[in-house]
Design a protein around this ligand. Sequence first.
Ligand code: HEM
Length: 128
Amino acid sequence: MNNHITLYEAIGGGATVRRMVEAFYPHVQAHPLLGPLFPADITPVMEKQYLFLSQFFGGPSLYSDQYGHPMMRGRHLPFPITVERAEAWLSCMDQALQDIGMSEELREIVLHRLSGPAHHFVNTPDEE
Ligand code: HEM
């Protein structure tokens, strides 16, 4: 991949981030370990995720412009995030990227970029 372009640009910009997010949350809501953590009205969560991921992939700072410093680990502290849930989150994202037809090369880069934060947000030991 060309070093001079951001991942945001490489995947196709905001339109792709929008499609990713729209494909992702139905998988999250259907997942037995993840669905119960989320509110029934998922629209505001989707919107925040669109703002955040745009920024996280190197696009415009949409999330910070509206909500200030992301402090994402802190924002996840109210929720019991286990390793199992982090892996489930990443597998829902993998599914979503396949749903929207992202190339395998980009899919691997995107998932790799998200796996650091997903594991960093773990705040609860797995149940025995
Ligand atoms: C590790 C597994 C994860 C779980 C179980 C999880 C779960 C959640 C939950 C329950 C919410 C709150 C929804 C609400 O009631 O508003 C949330 C919010 C959010 N999550 Fe995650 N999340 C995970 C990983 C991630 C990752 C890897 C990212 C991005 C790198 C991310 C980005 C966000 C954003 C942007 C919000 C909205 C924050 C806000 O309120 O401003 N999450 N997440």
